[in-house]
Design a protein around this ligand. Sequence first.
Ligand code: SAH
Length: 390
Amino acid sequence: MKQLMLKKGKEDKYLRGYPLVEKDDVFDMPKMDEGELVALVDAGKRFIATAYYGEQNKGIGWVLSLDSTEKIDHNFFVKLFEEAKNDRAYYENVDGINAYRLFNAEGDGIGGLTIDHYDGHLLVQWYSVGIYRLKDRILPAIKEVFDYKSIFEKRRFKGMETASDFVAGEAPEFPYVIEENHMFYNINLDDGPMTGIFLDQKDVRKKLRDHYSQDKDILNLFSYTGAFSVAASENARSTTSVDLANRARPLTEANFGLNTMDLNQNHIFIMDVFDYFKYALRHGLSYDVVVIDPPSFARNKKKTFSVQKNYPELIEGALEVLNENGNLVLSTNSSAFPQKAFKKMINQTLDHLGVDYTISDVMGLPKDFKSHPHYKPSKYLKVVFVQING
Ligand code: SAH
């Protein structure tokens, strides 16, 4: 096994459990192949950890073990998958939910690999060429540990478009219907980078539905397949979903249909959100709750959008169409926007506008998206519920 020597003093952070191998910590980079196992050693060549080499957006690989005698073989992966499976056992016993994350990358011990369970249809996602090169060791362990009807994969490599493939079992027909908290959503595991639902928002959808929607008019911005609107529609007076992409309309209509929701109370606009603010003002439309869950970056004909730069404009726009004593649900999944900075941005924006408000709930990832205790960015989802007073 090749050795990767750490700079003097850098070994402590890895000994304490930091899982991401960072280029800046390494003294000298020998020539390595993606997927190659390497031994991290300190300046005195003392063993620190076994890692695999894999270039991702962040880092050059992930620590797999701090035990020099542990082999990274079939049994290693079986053991981690079994632990992850036991950890998710509670979902098997919860009524009305059959889609959740089975294995969450570094949170479960293997950075760069996730496995989602969609009613027995598994989606394996590989986030670097390196982890993908370990597929021959990992896939048999997945098949051994998890019950499955079918397995699909997505390869999400740095600088390349996401590619999807059927891997094993019996492929279902898509769209396939999954259940979440007694509501139904279409998914497709074989169509582009997204599946139709973001499983990491399941607790937020439930919170919105059960605590913020009763007899309310809800505006859902960046609505994609309308999942927030569908959840809210159970209790809301009306929902309005806004997304720029044409595909959003049929996908959203289908999700309302699955839940027998009336499209007369559940509106869909294919429009840029900033244009929609103007449209709503022109037409005297206003809302009790505005949900904002944008992509981290987006580019359209007119401009580029980034959550770190443009979130205040979204809040400002939302306030203009918000009824008295309304609520904002502000979400971001950008790991480049830590919770502290996100909250600060919200406070500064609202203070600057002279708004009286209370933060009523702050949510993060659900427990199936297990995070790593020594790696903060793994808690990437931040959702802040704001109550506007007056
Ligand atoms: N909130 C969604 C996920 C959003 S995914 C959910 O919970 O499922 C991001 C969506 O933003 C995509 O569907 C994309 O089409 C849309 N989008 C990107 N830029 C936009 C813009 N300027 N106006 C409206 N929608 C936009």
